[in-house]
Design a protein around this ligand. Structure first.
Ligand code: SF4
Length: 361
């Protein structure tokens, strides 16, 4: 892939790329996995893969919150909208396919579905129309969950929450259980880590002997993280390291963690195309049940159709295939007319690739 954007510091970039070549094994393949849509954006748009030796591969795991939201939970949001509830959601969520309909389809059919930029916007919107019932479709990882928690604690009168938050460390553990993926190291996401800190990743070097480096989102951050993982592999070590010290601490954001702990309990959660992962989702605690849209409007869908016919999102999301290996990629599935969830949101791997490769500059 060609280099698409310019590095801020080309000289330092060259030096780090050279260091990477020096520590990389001469012939053995190394597979490094990140779990973050923003990392994939940086890697793809800056052509970072083209700077790495051919035997060092960086793959994308399930790091796009829109992509991992299962069809059953989109179906629940659609059902809420069809019951006359005004559903508020982030813009990326609108076109994510449910089993039959997306929220955009429901809106086109007359349902009241509105885009908001935050949970707080949804609360303000509901306050302005006190005679209507609103629901906020709360998706995202540990990064966005604290802002949902803050709004739950405000106990809004006519707004409830369809909570679909997911947790990153259990998804990383899932990847290690897929034997033929054979991951050699993890780049952990900077923004999630700013909230949860380093501690939840301790398990990876300790129990799995997996080098793990928390990294930021500048291209040099990612290159440094690759270097740090290769260095550990060369030394025969597995450590948890922090490349993103300017934003991430060992403890993380204790206030945000306390908010999440106050409002949510950790439960098993369904991930689109990947099945049910233990301890990987948030649910509102019983004391907040009256703010739970599922409870309030009796909406609960257990199973949905995660993958439209031919869609390979379940394999793209674990880095087993590249988007270009999906037979629908840029044929029937395009950013303008997405078939699968990975082509919808700005953090979806297929969409990132489609935009980087197919957009003339
Ligand atoms: Fe799914 Fe489309 Fe990606 Fe294929 S190209 S995996 S259908 S999102």
């Amino acid at each position: 892939m060609v280099e698409r954007l310019k590095f801020r510091n080309p000289e330092l970039t060259k030096r780090v790329a050279e260091k990477i070549r020096q520590v990389a094994p001469k012939s053995d393949t190394v597979k490094i996995c990140h779990v973050c849509g923003t990392h994939e954006w940086t890697i793809t748009h800056f052509g970072i893969r083209s700077l790495l030796p051919s035997n060092v591969e960086v793959i994308a795991g399930p790091g796009c919150p829109v992509c991992v939201t299962p069809a059953a939970e989109i179906d629940e949001a659609v059902q809420l909208a069809h019951k006359g509830v005004t559903v508020t959601c982030f813009g990326d969520v609108l076109r994510v396919p449910g089993s039959q309909l997306s929220l955009l389809d429901a809106k086109a059919g007359g349902a009241d579905v509105r885009v908001v930029y935050s949970a707080s916007d949804a609360v303000k919107m509901a306050e302005k129309e006190p005679n209507k019932e609103f629901a906020f479709f709360a998706i995202g990882f540990e990064t966005t969950a604290p802002s949902t928690a803050i709004e739950v604690l405000k106990k809004p009168k006519n707004l409830s929450f369809l909570v679909s938050h997911r947790l990153i460390p259990p998804a990383m553990e899932l990847l290690l259980g897929i034997g033929d993926l054979q991951i050699d190291g993890f780049i952990a996401p900077g923004h999630v880590s700013a909230i949860i800190g380093l501690r939840p990743y301790e398990i990876f070097p300790k129990a799995y002997r997996m080098p793990t480096v928390v990294a930021g989102f500048e291209p040099l951050d990612v290159l440094f993280a690759v270097y740090m993982i290769l260095r550990q592999l060369k030394d025969g070590e597995a450590r948890l390291e922090n490349e993103y010290t300017r934003a991430v601490s060992w403890e993380g954001n204790l206030k945000a963690q306390e908010l999440m702990h106050q409002v949510f309990e950790v439960v098993a959660g369904e991930w689109r195309g990947l099945g049910r992962l233990p301890s990987s989702a948030f649910k509102l605690k019983n004391e907040y049940a009256k703010y739970d849209a599922r409870e309030k409007f009796k909406v609960k869908i257990e199973h949905g159709r995660d993958l439209p016919p031919g869609c390979q999102c379940h394999l793209v999301m674990i880095g087993k295939i590249k988007p270009t290996e999906c037979p629908l990629y840029m044929k029937t599935c395009t950013p303008q007319r997405p078939v699968g969830a990975c082509m919808v949101g700005a953090e979806g791997t297929c969409r990132i690739w489609a935009k980087a490769i197919n957009t003339p500059r």
